[in-house]
Design a binder for this molecule. Structure first.
Ligand code: UD1
Length: 367
């Protein structure tokens, strides 16, 4: 039996690998070896997701933790290299675009272990984003590339990656979303618990922010929060706060509008809580890649608080509008939403909950 080492590290990786692990388990010819780099280690960014997604405990946890990009990437590389000294997999599978993704792809390719990249080809064309560097380099050293949308196929072709290596298969994030819907925790329960309020608002917007470009500088983050605070006076906002964002708020001395009427800040929520919040939200405001996709798949209007997206199908087919992160742009986009001027959207092609099935079929034939 061939061993596929699946290397994951950060929260969005876990939803992407879960359906692949389930499918590999159901397949006769493959054996999955789950390795957690430990990039994310808090229970509410990691352990709780393993439980909600029914992923068994990783066989190996490299425990690399936080650090600068170079330090974190190097730690994953060193630890994984030692692990592969003891046991060498037949292939290495990585998902998404976090530092752990690139680090694992580099270690494997230098050891001549074939690399499979799931969620290949996405490009924001913005190299100030660390994930863009991770995406470009991971794709460059990958042998088999699975793509979520047509733009990805075109980007890989434009970068000279052989077309027979790339497969448009749909989106494993959406496989997980559809799988989790039955277990979703209704939003009013999460909001009531977080707000210690027995009578939470029924209509609300869901906000997440964690990109360095939004939260690292107080000159950007402060005015953005002011605009969001204004919005929350007409549509209450629920804001699960990522640890990076929490640290930025503390560092800059910003309150994050907590306690202001309308913005409810919470700790990061579990996957089942997030799926429930998303499902019941009137609007999503975010800088996350995953939430742009999930809101498109559920038909919930989404305003992306960034200058670009590497997921253009969420705009052309889905419900996403790329707004930017200046207060005026955010206010204007919210005014358009309030006036009813928002695309209803359709689910992008192949986002049908069966991407992992297609992926594992291709891997079995290829291996
Ligand atoms: C990482 C990914 C990003 C992804 C995000 C999802 C990279 C370059 N970035 O960003 O693409 O969208 O995960 O969450 O890989 N921290 C904790 N507990 C943890 C992990 C992190 O408190 O379990 C704090 C630490 O202060 C840490 C900071 O969050 O320094 C940032 O963590 P890191 O893994 O470097 O990047 P993310 O911002 O989470």
């Amino acid at each position: 039996m061939k061993t596929v080492a699946c290397v994951v590290g950060a929260r969005p990786n876990f939803m992407k690998v879960a359906p692949i692990l389930r499918q590999i388990e159901a397949s006769s010819g493959l054996d999955a070896w789950l390795i957690h780099t430990g990039q994310h280690y808090d229970n509410n960014l990691s352990g709780q997701f393993f439980r909600d997604l029914e992923i068994g405990a990783p066989e190996d946890d490299l425990g690399v933790g936080s650090g600068s990009h170079a330090v974190q990437t190097a730690r994953v590389m060193t630890a994984l290299d030692s692990l592969f000294d003891q046991r060498t997999p037949d292939v290495v599978l990585v998902v998404g675009d976090v530092n752990s993704t690139l680090a694992a792809a580099l270690v494997a390719s230098k050891r001549q272990i074939p690399v499979i990249h799931v969620e290949a080809g996405l490009r924001s064309f913005d190299r100030t984003m660390p994930e863009e560097i991770n995406r470009i380099l991971t794709d460059r050293v990958s042998d088999l590339l699975f793509v979520t949308e047509q733009s990805g196929v075109e980007n890989l072709r434009d970068e000279g990656i052989a077309e027979d290596r790339a497969h448009l298969v749909g989106n494993v994030m959406i496989d997980s979303l559809f799988h989790a819907r039955s277990g979703a925790i209704p939003a009013h329960e999460t909001i009531a618990r977080a707000g210690e309020n027995d009578d939470p608002p029924e209509r609300f917007a869901l906000l997440t922010l964690h990109r360095p470009s939004n939260v690292d500088s107080p000159e950007v983050f402060g005015p953005l929060l002011d605009a969001l605070n204004e919005i929350s006076k007409s549509l209450p906002i629920v804001f699960p706060v990522h640890p990076r964002t929490r640290a930025a708020l503390d560092r800059h001395g910003l309150t994050g509008a907590d306690g202001e009427p309308g913005i409810l800040m919470t700790e990061p929520v579990s996957y089942f809580e997030m799926v429930g919040l998303l499902h019941d939200a009137a609007l999503v405001l975010t800088d996350s890649g995953g939430l742009q996709e999930e809101s498109s798949a559920l038909g919930i209007p989404c305003l992306t608080l960034r200058e670009n997206t590497e997921r253009p199908v969420t705009v052309s087919h889905g419900t996403n509008v790329v707004v930017g992160n200046t207060p005026d742009a955010v206010r204007a986009a919210f005014a358009r939403f309030t006036a009813g001027d928002h695309a209803t959207g359709s689910i992008p092609p192949l986002w049908d909950g069966r991407a992992a099935e297609r992926i594992v079929r291709v891997i079995e034939n290829w291996i």
